[in-house]
Ligand binder design. Structure first.
Ligand code: HEC
Ligand code: HEC
Length: 575
């Protein structure tokens, strides 16, 4: 029945497209047959599928493997023949080369791994052909199936690679093209779904073709674009998406509305929003900034987030200088990768937030340190039952730690307890469908100061409060919270005492209210280090090399650990 309907529908679509093609002078219309299934590869492909893919995609390719329920976005149900990333027109089947590239590079931002790390080219082509036989409602060998390969044109500018050899940053796109692209963005109302700043916060009620909730992509995190092909800064990937749409999702194609020339301009605009960071080849996310330096600040530290003192681009200043746009002493924002807590109790396999940006300043006269924590979350909660939360975790007895010793990363352990500063927040006068406000939404915030001596031993402190939230705001999909604490407190047993010029372990936790994240159902980071930069100008010269060497060793180890954990996670070894 579905099959029949589908055929009728397809013929109608075909007719409509044909009519449109004739009505539009100059529209190129080159229908081709989809690549037929290569029968001789099926045996080999089936073996690969049942070894590697079945866990998520299921025995019959219905997207219902044993891991499926824990994943968001869910593994694809192949039965309908709906594929997002293609060179072909909306609704059409993909080319074989599209699927090969997808399997090789994975679908960043989802659980679909990059199989190019594990499988060779022959195995990938074979498994792709096997996947093509899992379609039920359509058939790659059907005489009625036609595909139209889209025209994308050529990138109109010469771009710069930047200082990294292994990664093209596509810098140097003319500002004029970016500005014109912004106009095309406004004219075509991309913001209705993607939000005014492109953070994907335009529409909280979208569903995909399978009835699951879906959100628009956050353009400021281009490494999570499904179609980024592990080349996230390449505007071509955006041109392709705008030209073909993403089948099965509300993301339409714009091939009639936007000329190919303008598609490159809008791609330049979208692309310009994504911070330039060094991307980790394995995880396909920015490499963590494992050392959070707290800037020695001679004048009083500003207590308002919108003060120039707290402004800085998210870009890695070593890769790209956009400093001229930012007044005051340049502040550095550190990238902190977050992952779902999946080791204990109520696990979180699909946290909504997968990174934070942290910057810090301290002032010796005031004897206080400030941490500005920022992150993207498209929508915030409205019910007190599941508030939004973000926390900084410290060893509460720093003085008792030797060398690189650190407490257990979730709430410490009996020998090495932790001090947790948790900001609990709810936006005021807000609902997710409300139009954005110029100044953003104010937040109702309070701090919970906790002591942890183990996963099940977390308690609110009984001593007077020491941590303040001096400012906070939620604006167009970005939360900003400014923490302040005195370097020393009266409660030496329970509160971390913060020295200067020392590496201090810190880690972060985050709870997304709309995702009903609460207690141990949270996103966490590994341990990072923070250091209060020295006050003496002289040591500014000798400290950096010492810090660099000490840190290189530490970072190498942390990167290795993180990769190992992520790889285990990707390969499904951690459950
Ligand atoms: C850990 C789970 C997981 C494993 C294992 C996995 N996939 Fe996927 N796959 C996904 C998810 C999740 C999606 C959907 C992501 C989305 O829609 O954004 C997906 C989507 C796909 C798509 C659709 C691409 C598109 O353009 O829409 C193809 C093709 C695919 N996977 C092939 C494979 C093959 C082949 C294997 C084995 C070699 C495999 N997958 C293994 C999770 C997995
Ligand atoms: C009707 C809502 C809607 C509109 C309008 C819309 N988008 Fe999207 N867009 C989406 C959704 C939903 C996704 C995410 C799909 C997914 O997660 O698989 C998306 C994803 C994307 C992506 C990421 C693609 C990838 O590889 O993952 C880009 C880039 C994009 N859109 C650009 C645009 C541009 C440019 C416009 C305007 C010309 C636009 N979108 C208009 C809903 C929309």
């Amino acid at each position: 029945m579905i099959n029949q309907m589908n055929k009728v529908w397809k013929r109608l679509l075909f007719l409509a497209v044909l009519t449109a093609a004739f009505a539009l002078p100059g529209a190129s219309w080159a229908a081709e047959k989809p690549d037929a299934v290569k029968k001789d590869l099926l045996e080999k492909g089936k073996k690969v599928y049942f070894k590697r893919c079945v866990w998520c995609h299921g025995v019959e390719g219905a997207g219902d493997g044993p891991s499926a329920d824990r994943l968001f976005t869910r593994p694809r149900n192949f039965n309908q023949g709906t594929f997002k990333i293609r060179a072909t027109d909306s609704g059409h089947l993909p080319l074989e080369s599209d699927l090969v590239l997808t399997v090789k590079n994975g679908l960043p931002g989802s659980a679909m791994p990059a199989w190019g790390e594990v499988l060779n080219e022959d195995e990938i082509v074979a498994v792709v052909n096997f996947v093509k036989t899992l379609l039920v409602d359509r058939n790659f060998d059907d005489a009625d199936e036609e595909v139209e390969v889209q025209q994308f044109g050529e990138m109109p500018w010469k771009t710069e690679a930047g200082p990294l050899k292994e990664q093209n940053l596509f810098l140097g796109v003319p500002q004029e093209a970016i500005d014109q692209g912004r106009e095309v963005f406004i004219k075509n109302k991309c913001f209705e779904c993607h939000g005014g700043m492109g953070r994907g916060d335009g529409n909280p009620t979208m569903k995909d073709d399978w009835g699951f909730p879906i959100v628009a992509a956050d353009w400021q995190q281009c490494w999570n674009f499904r179609g980024s092909r592990r080349d996230p800064y390449n505007p071509f990937n955006i041109v392709r998406t705008i030209s073909t749409g993403l089948n099965g999702t509300p993301m339409p194609n714009f091939r009639e509305q936007i000329t190919v020339e303008d598609r490159w301009k809008i791609a330049a605009f979208v692309n310009s929003l994504c911070p330039r960071k060094k991307i980790d080849k394995l995880t396909n996310k920015p490499i963590n900034d494992f050392l959070i330096s707290s800037m020695y600040t001679k004048e009083a530290v500003a207590k308002k987030i919108d003060d120039p003192m707290w402004q800085a681009p998210d870009d890695d200043p070593k890769l790209v200088k956009r400093a001229k746009d930012y007044p005051g002493t340049l502040n550095k924002k550190h990238y902190i990768g977050m992952a779902g807590q999946i080791t204990r109790g109520d696990r979180n396999f699909k946290p909504k937030v997968d990174n934070l940006w942290v910057s810090s300043r301290w002032n010796p006269e005031e004897k206080a340190v400030y941490y500005l924590v920022e992150y993207h979350n498209r929508f915030l909660p409205t019910t007190p039952e599941f508030p939004e939360g973000v926390a900084i975790q410290w060893p509460s007895k720093l003085q008792d730690l030797y060398g690189a010793e650190k407490p257990y990363f979730i709430y410490g352990d009996s020998k090495k307890p932790v001090d947790v500063w948790k900001a609990v927040l709810l936006p005021k006068d807000y609902n997710p469908t409300a139009p954005p406000k110029d100044d953003g939404f104010q937040l109702d915030v309070h701090v919970e100061e906790l002591n942890g001596a183990g996963f099940d031993k977390v308690e609110k402190k009984k001593t007077p409060p020491t941590v303040e939230i001096v400012d906070s705001v939620f604006k167009q999909g970005r939360v900003k919270i400014l923490f302040r604490r005195s370097l020393e407190t009266a409660n030496k047993d329970t509160d971390v005492q913060i020295p200067s010029e020392k590496f201090i372990p810190v880690s972060f936790m985050q709870w997304s209210g709309v995702n009903k994240e609460k207690n141990e159902h949270m996103a966490i980071s590994t341990w990072y280090y923070t250091i209060l930069e020295p006050t003496i100008p002289d040591s500014i010269y000798y400290m950096p090399p010492i810090m660099a060497v000490t840190f290189l060793v530490l970072e190498g180890w942390l990167v290795w650990m993180t990769k190992r954990t992520r790889r285990m996670y990707d390969e499904g070894k951690v459950n």
